[in-house]
Design a protein around this ligand. Structure first.
Ligand code: G1P
Ligand code: ZN
Length: 602
């Protein structure tokens, strides 16, 4: 069975499974022993397999980006094993004889989880698994790795930007053959399998030493522990001009600071920015990856990356400030006392890509953004005559467009920026894009001259395209029932508001629950966000988060455009004051949730 039919012909014929009293030599590093347990053995790998009975566990539904729950939940009973086995069940015969990759953001429980997953992979007929050293591999690095090594897919142990540790979150997600997050037809199928699962197929093999790069074989099953950085770096070198970047980064009058937030990008930043590009070692802040991210919330935004924000707003601020999240796919870009909103960042990258980044020198194939993302990118697409796509929230919707050669650069307002070099958003890629833009624009400025800054790049962009002021209000961990009631209320406002309805000074053009038909495979995603679009292009959007692990998180997105030259540099909160009031009034958010203020304002 081919779920997506992408690897037609590539998967070897299904290896039959034989029930046998196995006497199978097992070689684990220097250890060698003979097992004589009554077990099943996969003919494909000749590894002894125990069939462990299990029972369905409620609530294993995959959200916007994999399954996320409290770490303790993941550590309990067969929680992790059930989900992974359900994934393999969902993939069916496809997996026999295939190669899987495994890594994660280094959070608490990752190493133990990796041992469970290795045994399940062997037990389900994979012939090989690559594991990032110490069970580490950033999300974009995994996407690059799957593509370079032509792996069948990869598992990433991460709850992304959610905090980690025994009391916090763990998560797991599956990326498919092109390196893309599993599409809904797979995640729906996994969920179905979790509701009826009865058996875990666990290879009866010892734990593998994940701290050393190298190969260990168990019968016909191979575990290869790999450097989690090398393949990713090789991909980035195909995109960027590392020579130009190094010449710029090592200029005496340039400075950068990258805050890894004690998460997975610490070692990547050291290898790429310091060792490859010559940045000073002290440019990397919080660069040691810790299983609990140092107790922080590894989300690169103005609230949680406060150390970096403080630094950039002080006189010691660097020319470029950046941060990334738990698993390395998000990014925040700052100049000196200047914040680049992610909706603007992707548009500014798209506008400058062809001139500044070798990978895009032939021009962009097209661009895409998620629906709630601010519409600056739309203006770039219009000016450059590029195909443009508006997708639902979540990276998985970009994959088909990229595979079909219709999209080069894409992004989300939620600090996600990326391109078709891989199939995930990519934090370090975004930083390298900004470095490339700065390097290119400053190539003729002598050292000590007036450098073109991040703020100058933004000002130039706004001068050309006008500015889409954007803000997102997050109300985290609200009571689920209250959040649902509020959403129902907003639905009723939509139903009662024909075009022309006035909301304060804003006149409604259209309001709906966003629905997306994938232009490549025709699949339809409904219920993707309640939106109000006004006649001046301003927008108000409400969504419930699909990535939280407790209660409900309400996201309110606000956007308003201006091309009034006098207003381009206004603070977004000031510029959006009126429309934010309209949004809070029409939704009765405060009344339903009891929340006076959002948890995070972006
Ligand atoms: C959030 C973001 C979304 C992003 C996802 C994974 O999802 O809003 O853009 O793709 O995290 O990083 P949400 O919690 O809103 O469902
Ligand atoms: Zn992430």
């Amino acid at each position: 069975m081919q779920l997506l039919g992408k690897r037609a012909g590539a998967a070897p014929a299904r290896a039959g499974r034989s029930s046998a009293v196995a006497k199978i030599p097992v070689v684990a590093g220097s250890r060698s022993r003979v097992l004589s347990t009554t077990v099943m053995a996969t003919a494909a790998t000749q590894v002894p397999v125990k069939e462990v009975p299990t029972k369905p566990i409620d609530g294993q539904k995959t959200g916007t980006s994999g399954l996320r729950k409290k770490t303790k939940v993941f550590m309990s009973d067969n929680y992790l094993a059930n989900w992974v086995q359900s994934l393999f069940n969902a993939l069916g015969d496809e997996v026999a004889g295939q190669t899987l990759a495994l890594g994660g953001d280094g959070r608490y429980f990752g190493k133990e989880a990796a041992q469970i997953i290795v045994k399940l992979a062997a037990g389900n007929g994979f012939k090989k698994i690559y594991v990032g050293k110490d069970a580490i591999m950033a999300t974009p690095a995994m996407s690059a790795f799957i593509r370079r090594r032509k792996a069948y897919g990869g598992l990433i142990m991460s709850a992304s930007h959610n905090p980690g540790g025994p009391e916090e979150d763990f998560g797991i997600k599956f990326n498919y053959t092109a390196g893309e997050p599993a599409p809904e037809k797979i995640t729906d199928k996994i969920y179905g399998e979790t509701t009826s699962i009865s058996t875990l197929k666990m290879a009866d093999i010892p734990d593998v030493d994940l701290s050393k790069v190298g190969v260990t074989t168990f019968g016909g099953f191979e575990v290869e522990v790999v450097d989690p950085i090398a393949d990713y770096l090789a991909t980035l070198k195909e995109v960027f001009d590392f020579g130009m970047l190094k010449a710029f980064v090592t200029r005496a009058d340039f400075s950068m600071v990258f805050d890894a937030m004690h998460a997975v990008t610490g070692p990547y930043a050291k290898a790429i920015f310091v060792e490859e590009l010559g940045a000073k070692p002290e440019s990397i802040k919080n660069g040691v990856a810790l299983p609990d991210f140092g107790g922080g919330h590894p989300d690169p935004n103005l609230t949680y990356a406060h150390d970096l924000v403080e630094l950039q707003w002080s006189d010691a601020g660097a020319m470029l400030g950046a941060a990334s999240d738990g698993d390395g796919d998000r990014n925040m870009i700052l100049g000196k006392k200047f914040f680049v909103s992610p909706s603007d960042s992707v548009a500014m990258i798209a506008a400058n890509a062809q001139a500044c980044i070798p990978y895009f020198k032939g021009g962009l194939k097209g661009v895409a953004r998620s629906m709630p993302t601010g519409a600056a990118l739309d203006r770039v697409a219009a000016k450059l005559g590029l195909p443009f796509f508006e997708t639902p929230t979540g990276w998985k919707f970009f994959g088909n467009l990229m595979d079909a050669g219709k999209c080069s650069v894409c992004g989300e307002e939620s600090f996600g920026t990326g391109a078709d070099h891989i199939r995930e958003k990519d934090g370090i890629f975004a930083v390298l894009c900004w470095l490339s833009i700065l390097a290119y624009k400053n190539k003729d400025v002598p050292v000590g001259g007036q450098l073109v800054t991040v703020e100058d790049v933004a000002a130039e962009f706004w001068g050309t395209y006008g500015r889409n002021f954007f803000s997102r209000y997050d109300y985290e961990a609200c009571e689920s029932a209250a959040a649902e009631k509020m959403m129902d209320h907003v639905r009723s406002v939509i139903a009662a508001s024909p075009p022309g309805t006035k909301f304060g000074a804003f006149e409604l053009a259209t309001a709906d629950d966003f629905e997306y038909t994938d232009p490549i495979d025709g699949s339809v995603a409904k219920g993707q966000g309640l939106r109000f679009v006004f006649t001046d292009g301003s927008r108000i959007i409400f969504r419930l988060s699909g990535t939280g692990s407790a209660g409900a998180t309400i996201r309110m997105y606000i956007e308003q455009y201006t091309n009034d030259k006098a207003r381009l540099k206004e603070d977004a909160q000031v510029a959006l004051k009126d429309i934010i009031k309209v949004a809070l009034d029409l939704s009765k958010l405060q009344e339903f949730t009891g929340r006076e203020k959002p948890t995070v304002i972006t």
